[in-house]
Write a protein that binds this ligand. Structure first.
Ligand SMILES: Nc1ncnc2c1ncn2[C@@H]1O[C@H](COP(=O)(O)OP(=O)(O)O)[C@@H](O)[C@H]1O
Ligand SMILES: NC(=O)OP(=O)(O)O
Length: 310
C-alpha cells in the first residue's frame, strides 16, 4: 500500500454529545485512526465541536448570570476551550491505543487559530448549528428572547452562529514541523479558533468555522494526498432517503457539482462535506477526498468502501 499524508476530519459520532460519551467514543475513534498509522500513513486529525461549543457557551452564559464578575466569555474562547478538552481526550486515547500496539509516536494537540475575513458575508447570516437539539416548543422560547435558531437537517432545532470560511491557518508551520518529525497531530479542532488580523494582533471572531472546510484548508496547506471525512454514513447517496436512493462509491468533481445544484445533499450536514471534498480534490492533481464511516476508515483508504471524490 502506498503511504499517504492524510487529514482525518472526525464527525459528531466520533466524539459523542457529552463528556461521558466522549470518553467512551474516543477509544473507538483512536482504534480507527491507529489502524491507518499502523499502515504507515501520516495523519493529522481534525474534529467538530458543534455540541461541545454549544454546551460550553451555555455553561459560561449561565455562570456569568449568577457571577457577573467573571465577564462574558467570547465565542472564540468557547471554541478554544472545546479544542482543549476534546484534544485532551483524543490525544490520550490515541496514546493508549498506540502503546497497546507497541507503536512509539508522540501525539499532540495544537491549539489552532484560523484566520477569517471580517467582511465575510457569513457574519451577517448565521447558519452554523451548535449545541444540543431542541423541540419546536423549546426553540420558540429561545427565539422569543432573540436567539437565532434553525431546524437542523430533520433532526430537531438548534441555535445558530456565524460560520465564515477559513482563509489561512496561523499555526500551519508548527503542524508541518510536527508531521515532518513523524508525530501525530490533532489540529484545527472545531474548525479552528476564528480570528481576524488586526495589524500584529489576532482578534477572536464571534463564529464557529465548519470543520469540513477547515479540514480542507488544512489538508491543502500541508499538501495532503487525501482528506478523509468520517461521519455517520458509509457512503454518500443521491435521492437520500427518497425513492430511487443510490449510494455512490465514486463521485467525480463534475457530478458532485451537478448533484449539489440539484439539492441532493442536506445543508448543514452532507452539503458542507461535499463542498469541502470538492474544494480539496480540485485543488491539485492526484488529491482525493473520501467520505465514510469512522469504523470503515481503513477499508475506505484501501478502496473497499466509502465514497471517493476526485
Ligand atoms: N445525500 C446524502 N447522503 C448521505 N448522507 C446524507 C445525505 N444528505 C444528508 N445526509 C446526512 O448527513 C449526515 C452527516 O452530517 P452530520 O451528521 O452533520 O455530520 P458530522 O458527522 O460531521 O457530525 C449523515 O449521517 C446523513 O444522515
Ligand atoms: N465546527 C464544526 O463544524 O462542528 P460540527 O462538525 O460538530 O458541526
Amino acid at each position: 500500500m502506498v503511504k499517504k499524508r492524510i487529514v482525518i476530519a472526525l464527525g459528531g459520532n466520533a466524539l459523542g454529545k457529552n463528556l461521558h460519551e466522549q470518553m467512551l467514543a474516543v477509544r473507538e475513534t483512536a482504534k480507527a485512526i491507529v489502524d491507518l498509522v499502523e499502515e504507515g500513513h501520516e495523519v493529522v486529525i481534525s474534529h467538530g465541536n458543534g455540541p461541545q461549543v454549544g454546551m460550553i457557551q451555555k455553561a459560561m452564559d449561565s455562570l456569568i448570570k449568577n457571577e457577573p464578575q467573571y465577564g462574558k466569555v467570547p465565542l472564540s474562547v468557547c471554541v478554544a476551550m472545546s479544542q482543549g478538552y476534546i484534544g485532551y481526550d483524543l490525544q490520550n486515547a490515541l496514546r493508549e491505543t498506540l502503546l497497546e500496539r507497541s507503536i512509539v509516536k508522540p501525539v499532540s494537540t495544537v491549539i489552532t487559530q484560523v484566520i477569517v475575513d471580517e467582511k465575510d458575508k457569513a457574519f451577517e447570516n448565521p447558519t452554523k448549528p451548535i449545541g444540543s437539539f431542541m423541540t419546536k416548543e423549546e426553540a420558540q422560547v429561545l427565539m422569543d428572547k432573540g436567539v437565532k435558531v434553525i431546524e437542523d437537517a430533520g433532526r430537531g432545532y438548534r441555535r445558530i452562529v456565524a460560520s465564515p470560511k477559513p482563509v489561512d491557518i496561523v499555526e500551519i508551520d508548527t503542524i508541518r514541523t510536527l508531521l515532518d518529525a513523524g508525530q501525530i497531530v490533532i489540529a484545527g479542532g472545531g474548525g479552528g479558533i476564528p480570528v481576524m488580523v488586526r495589524g500584529n494582533r489576532l482578534k477572536g471572531a464571534k463564529a464557529v468555522i465548519d470543520k469540513d472546510f477547515a479540514s480542507s484548508t488544512l489538508a491543502q496547506l500541508i499538501d495532503a494526498d487525501c482528506l478523509i471525512i468520517l461521519t455517520a454514513v458509509e457512503k454518500v447517496a443521491i435521492h437520500f432517503r427518497k425513492p430511487g436512493e443510490r449510494w455512490l462509491s465514486d463521485l467525480s468533481i463534475n457530478d458532485a457539482k451537478a448533484y449539489m445544484k440539484e439539492g441532493h445533499f442536506a445543508p448543514g450536514s452532507m452539503l458542507p462535506k461535499i463542498e469541502a471534498a470538492v474544494e480539496f480534490a480540485e485543488s491539485a492533481k492526484d488529491r482525493f477526498a473520501l467520505i465514510t464511516l469512522l469504523e470503515k476508515a481503513k477499508e475506505g483508504i484501501a478502496g473497499k468502501t466509502g465514497t471517493v471524490i476526485k
